[in-house]
Design a protein around this ligand. Structure first.
Ligand SMILES: [Cu+2]
Length: 257
């Protein structure tokens, strides 16, 4: 390398390292808002850890080879020693990735189970709140069947519902027309809403707060205009909110989508 291009490569390496480091420090995911999101967040960091390990090894070896075996003025006699076939190396790069992929697969399956929130026998969790979510063009319908409460709205600002912090909510998701997708960025979770079958998953709000959601499956002209809001509140506030909704149900009288 000529000195000038060496300096350029050096600068690129520094910029690359800074980008990777800042990505690792800040993370690429929103703050998790549910216990299931915390599980997804943990899985992300496990995957990032292995990716960083592999990256350090690969870029370390590359940098070593570039520096150690670069062409020098004093040593211009062609190629470095050529080696072919190494049982140890081949075993290492076969077993290493196999171990990593197996760990990642195991961790993924455990996380998926946490997110689905299923009991071993496939039933819903005991004490869970049932919530039936229906996407439609262009809004959302949230039904609490056990409480006889329906909250529904279309376009902006869309419906707002409250959920109690720390209690599992079993969500049954479907659609009244085309395919929509239930997406709350802070839940680190997105699931399609189908007209002809249901998706079931569990949410447990981890901390009080306001969580905005959108439709994440292009469903038509006003796809971008079907937001909804989920507010995490205390158990007592949730019960009071449900009672309020029940009292006001006759006044709003939302028709089926
Ligand atoms: Cu939609």
């Amino acid at each position: 390398l000529r000195p000038a291009s060496g300096r350029v490569v050096g600068r690129l390496l520094v910029v690359g390292c800074l980008l990777v480091a800042s990505g690792l420090v800040t993370g690429c995911l929103p703050q998790p808002g549910t216990t299931q999101a915390q599980a997804a967040d943990t899985l992300y960091w496990i995957a990032m850890g292995f990716a960083a390990l592999v990256g350090v090894i690969v870029y370390g070896l590359m940098t070593f080879a570039i520096l150690r075996y670069r062409r020098r003025r004093t040593n211009d006699d062609g190629e470095p020693p050529q080696t072919s076939g190494s049982r140890v190396l081949e075993a290492l790069w076969t077993v290493g990735p196999l171990v990593i992929v197996t760990i990642l697969m195991g961790a993924t399956l455990v996380t998926l189970d946490t997110i689905a929130g299923r009991r071993a026998d496939g039933g819903a969790q005991i004490g869970a709140i049932n919530l039936h979510v229906t996407g439609f063009r262009w809004g959302w319908r949230f039904e609490f069947p056990d409480a006889g409460v329906v909250v529904q709205a279309d376009l902006e600002p869309g419906p707002t519902i409250e959920l109690p912090v720390g209690r599992p909510v079993t969500v049954t998701l479907d659609s009244a027309d085309v395919i929509h997708s239930f997406y709350v960025p802070q839940f680190l979770y997105k699931r399609d809403a189908f007209p002809d079958r249901v998706n079931i998953f569990t949410l447990t709000i981890a901390a009080p707060g306001t969580y905005g959601g959108v439709c994440a499956e292009f469903c038509g002209l006003y796809h971008a205009r079907m937001p909804f809001t989920i507010v995490g509140v205390s158990d007592a506030d949730f019960d009071a909110w449900l009672a309020d909704q029940r009292a006001g149900a006759g006044a709003t009288g939302s028709p089926a989508p």
